[in-house]
Design a protein around this ligand. Structure first.
Ligand SMILES: [Fe+2]
Ligand SMILES: [Fe+2]
Length: 425
């Protein structure tokens, strides 16, 4: 059985590496500014979760994979180190020029080494993962600035030395000793999320919701007023969807803060994250088609600013039990109104959004007690959720509403502008 055990051990190592990508790659999402880059990272986190899941499933068919799902301390230290780059783009270079290529090498080594007929099920999986990893490299290539600035080079050399000390993720290369003077950053300091999230070139504000059509694009009473033109509602709901970028940025913070989570929790969080990024893309893609210049749409930062000051289980409770569970009645009204337009694409996007959101609330019921337990929270769920809602209100009073409008009223998208846009269409 030695041959089986060796391949099972490698699958175990690959599972652990993919798990670590799921735990740490999300820390890049709120530190980079381009929406399309955030979307790609969410997609890659979700694909890494899928790779890990299939490796675990296949690995457990083999003797030697091991019963638990813990990650070795050395591997964890390497990924904790990768997170510590000072800047989101330096971290991006470390992940995509050092760690992901090392994973691809390990997968290629697996396929080149295993017995193709005997280990056919694993080989088919790994061949597919290789294609995914090659695509990930292509998708990110345009965001890795070439030539890399010197600080980025130094960081990639630093991480590369740490990977070489492993001898590759499967030990497929002779392991090199760490260069003289090599010092782990992670032994000197801890990672902390930035107190604000990066939205790149886009103008920002506190919130896109208000009661004032001169102030924000989404005018709350208009969403449910039967007299509102359905075309106005369609644009407002696309702004709402695009602003699920909030959920993308703050949900991305939860992975790193829950290192003791079972893999299945991170798997479902990864799916949740990918869903939110798709919802945001619905708006990002459709608004320009309806004549909206995205440079006039301010991005709201309040939710990130408030939630990043709360504990991870509190963030998750607010997201699933308050924001998502509370959004269904208004969204149902909005969907009925949009249906009047016979806009098949809008109906489709909203229907998928609704279906995903129902799953998210289900995830919340499944995982909130577990994520509370990880944090040592022992109150009953209901009591904890109520206390968390109160805490959110207090923090919102202090940390909400602090981001001034990035654009003067005449240049930003507001309810009034949407009226005019629709009238001139
Ligand atoms: Fe969503
Ligand atoms: Fe959601």
């Amino acid at each position: 059985m030695a041959a089986v055990q060796e391949m099972a051990r490698w699958q175990r190592l690959l599972f652990e590496v993919e798990r670590e990508f799921v735990r740490t790659l999300p820390t890049l999402i709120y530190r980079v500014g381009e929406p399309e880059l955030k979307y790609l990272l969410c997609q890659h986190v979700w694909e890494a979760a899928g790779h890990a899941r299939f490796l675990r499933e296949r690995g457990r068919e083999l003797s030697g994979f091991g019963a638990g799902e813990e990650v070795s301390a050395e591997l964890r230290r390497l990924f904790d180190e990768a997170v510590l780059a000072d800047d989101g783009y330096v971290a991006l270079a470390g992940f995509y020029s050092v760690l992901k290529p090392a994973l691809l090498r390990a997968y290629r080594h697996y396929v080149a080494t295993t017995e193709p007929l005997a280990d056919w099920p694993s080989r088919k999986l790994v061949e597919e993962f290789i294609r995914d990893e090659e695509r990930h490299a292509r998708e990110i290539a345009g965001y890795l600035t070439v030539p890399l600035p010197r600080a980025t080079h130094a960081w990639c050399d630093h991480l590369g030395a740490a990977v070489s000390a492993f001898g590759g993720f499967l030990g497929e290369r002779p392991s090199a000793s760490l260069p003289p003077g090599f010092a782990w950053e992670i032994e000197r300091r801890k990672y902390a999320h930035p107190l604000t999230c990066n939205r790149g070139v886009y103008p920002t504000c506190s919130s896109v919701f208000s009661h004032d059509p001169k102030e924000t694009p989404i005018v709350r009473p208009w969403l449910v007023d039967p007299a509102t033109d359905a075309r106005v509602i369609r644009i407002m709901v696309y702004v709402w969807l695009m602003m699920e970028m909030d959920a993308v940025d703050y949900l991305a913070t939860v992975f790193y803060d829950t290192p003791g989570a079972p893999f299945d929790l991170h798997h479902d969080l990864a799916r949740h994250l990918w869903d939110e990024s798709r919802h945001s893309q619905f708006g990002f893609r459709q608004l320009p088609r309806l004549g909206v210049d995205l440079m006039t749409v301010e991005h709201s930062l309040d939710l990130y600013h408030i939630l990043v000051r709360m504990a991870p289980h509190e963030r998750y409770a607010m997201m699933t039990m308050e924001f998502e569970a509370g959004s269904f009645p208004t969204k149902a009204t909005v969907m009925d109104r949009v249906r009047e337009l016979n806009d098949f694409e809008a109906d489709t996007l909203l229907a998928f959004d609704r279906n995903d959101e129902q799953n998210h609330v289900r995830y919340g019921h499944r995982w909130l007690p577990e994520i509370m337990a990880l944090a040592g929270e022992t109150r009953p769920v209901d009591e904890f959720v109520r206390a968390t809602q109160e805490k959110f209100t207090e923090l919102a009073a202090r940390h909400g509403g602090q981001t001034p409008h990035g654009l003067p009223p005449e240049r930003r998208l507001t309810g009034e502008k949407i009226l005019r846009l629709v009238a001139n269409a």
